[in-house]
Write a protein that binds this ligand. Structure first.
Ligand code: 16G
Ligand code: ZN
Length: 531
């Protein structure tokens, strides 16, 4: 095929360092930016093939999320805006690791295995975060796409969820929204303003929110969006990238891991605050209580607020639509208990990683999914959305039902169903709190988190640990689960698990118990059992 000559030739401009091997992990490739030029070129090739295969537009996002600024990464976005399907993750790894002279053979194998018609056109949307390396790495992606005769549309600086959104809009022929930044801002702000109309007598204080932009793309994009929100949200933006370093001492990951406010943020007592991560697909809320203690509201609390509000609105609308919450093993035991026992919603648990939660949430009428670390969104089935929208139009419905249906419809419009989105999640949370007249303290006291501790353990080979039951139990090495069970019995309200990290060469340990000393002690004892 004529294209291969061009691939061979162009690939010499994006040479692979000999013997470097990388893996398409939980969230794509991620490593030091210096090692990624060839990977980007090859992901351009793969995106073009994926586009030909699916006869749809595919996305390529250049970002390393919460990693340090020297790193970079890339992930592929499938037609409905979701993460690329697992079989193609395997192709991505094969392509990235092929030595220079084997590249065309690997490419041919993929084309044959997947029976890809090379005469199809290819369309690829490309976006990048604010890292200094992202611009040239994006060019390498575009080079790869054009080698296979594909067409790229470069969105330049966008958040990861904005690119997911663009891909979904394009492939649903604008039913979901318009595939431009303006389209994104207009759709979300219209829904937000519609919702907040229902919150009576909101004061400027209640409209005020302190946002830590992690010195990244989220800060930039939130600034662009502010004018669209017509002062219904008054953002005080910190770590906006004007002076600080990306993700350094700030951002959602820093706040969650260190359980402390980001540097540079001036929080008054009780003020509502949130942090985005470096590519704005994660969000965490927090505040200082009257005693000056730092209080964190993580993904579990966010899932609780959203599912509770949706459930109440569905009841008011008289709609029999099921709401389920999808969590991972990291969900706090108190959250799971509250959802199951008090709110009576279906709760299910999946392996760590957005793609697993997203997939599981698709099984329900309304699937609310959040990782404790703040990745998450809500998925509405076609049928659920249809019933809600029909009720809005229904002339015989009474006022209360209609009001509830309208609120639900606007909530659907405000949510980025392609993937978890810090900006969209923030607006959903702000709107729901406003409508409920609920303060951040009120939200926080729905339930009290069990004290917990996470530890990292360095081992010779983390792959010797094999887990089951959504990573909550170990099957290999033999005896480890028994040891964990014995340790857990020593503590009250305790739970613990270990799992190999999907992003770092370590094993992670999680423990919770009725006291912080208990959680710390259990985590420590479990980490000793892992060695
Ligand atoms: C990635 C995942 C995140 C997960 C984390 C776990 C996406 C977009 N990101 O960052 O969901 O929580 O990995 O990392 O899927 P770990 O395997 O190192 O604990
Ligand atoms: Zn991220």
């Amino acid at each position: 095929m004529a294209e291969f000559g061009e691939v061979s030739q162009k690939s010499t401009q994006h040479p692979k360092p000999k013997c470097l091997t990388l893996q398409y992990g939980t969230a794509g490739f991620r490593t030091t930016a210096k090692h990624l030029d060839h990977v980007m070129f090859r992901m351009g090739l793969l995106a073009a093939l994926r586009s030909k295969k699916t006869k749809s537009t595919i996305g390529v996002m250049v970002t390393a999320s919460h990693n340090p600024v020297e790193d970079n990464g890339v992930k592929l976005i499938d037609p409905m805006g979701e993460m690329v399907t697992p079989a193609w993750e395997g192709y991505a790894t094969q392509l990235a690791n092929a030595e220079q002279e084997a590249l065309c053979t690997v490419l041919k194998n993929i084309i044959e295995t997947d029976a890809i018609s090379m005469s199809e056109t290819a369309n690829v949307f490309v976006g990048r975060d604010t890292r200094p390396s992202s611009e040239s790495l994006t060019k390498a992606v575009i080079d790869g796409v054009s080698c296979l005769g594909g067409h790229s549309q470069d969105y330049g600086l966008v958040t990861t969820p904005q690119l997911h959104y663009m891909v979904r809009c394009r492939n649903t022929h604008d039913c979901y929204g318009t595939a431009t930044l303006q389209g994104y801002y207009e759709k979300l702000s219209k829904a937000f303003i519609e919702l907040t109309k229902n919150a009576l007598n909101r004061t400027d204080d209640q409209k005020r929110l302190l946002v830590d932009g992690a010195n990244g793309i989220g800060a930039l994009k939130l600034r662009e969006m502010e004018a669209f929100l017509k002062y219904e949200l008054q953002v005080a933006l910190f770590n906006d990238g004007s002076s600080g370093k990306l993700n350094h001492l700030c951002g959602a990951d820093y706040v969650k891991v260190h359980q402390r406010a980001p540097e540079g943020m001036h929080m008054g007592p009780g003020e509502r605050c949130c942090s985005f991560d470096g590519d704005a697909d994660r969000i965490i809320y927090y505040y200082n209580d009257t005693a000056g203690r730092f209080r964190l509201l993580d993904g579990d609390k966010i899932a609780t607020l959203i599912s509770m509000s949706l459930k109440e609105l569905l009841t008011q609308a008289g709609l029999n639509i099921q709401v389920a919450v999808v969590q991972t093993a990291y969900a706090n035991g108190s959250a799971t208990r509250y959802l199951k026992d008090v709110m009576k919603v279906t709760v299910c648990c999946t392996k760590t990683g957005v793609k697993h939660l997203h997939h599981a949430a698709q099984d329900f009428d309304i699937g609310v999914y959040f990782e404790a670390n703040g990745h998450g969104t809500v998925l509405f089935s076609k049928e659920a959305e249809k019933q809600i929208r029909q009720l809005v139009k229904h002339s015989n419905a009474n006022d209360e039902k209609k009001r509830a249906a309208k609120l639900l419809a606007s909530t659907i419009d405000l949510i980025n169903q392609a993937t978890g989105d810090a900006i969209s999640d923030m607006l959903v949370i702000e709107a729901l709190l406003a409508i409920r007249g609920m303060s951040i303290q009120g939200w926080d006291t729905l339930y009290t988190d069990l004290p917990n501790r996470q530890l990292r353990v360095k081992v010779a080979d983390r792959q010797v640990i094999d887990t089951t039951d959504a990573e909550r139990r170990v099957v290999m090495p033999a005896g480890l689960q028994d040891a964990i069970d014995t340790l857990v019995k020593k503590y009250k309200q305790a739970r613990a698990f270990v799992r190999p990290s999907g992003t770092e060469d370590i094993v992670r340990v999680y423990a919770e118990a009725d006291t912080q000393e208990g959680a710390d002690g259990l985590a420590y004892e479990v980490s000793l059992a892992v060695y």
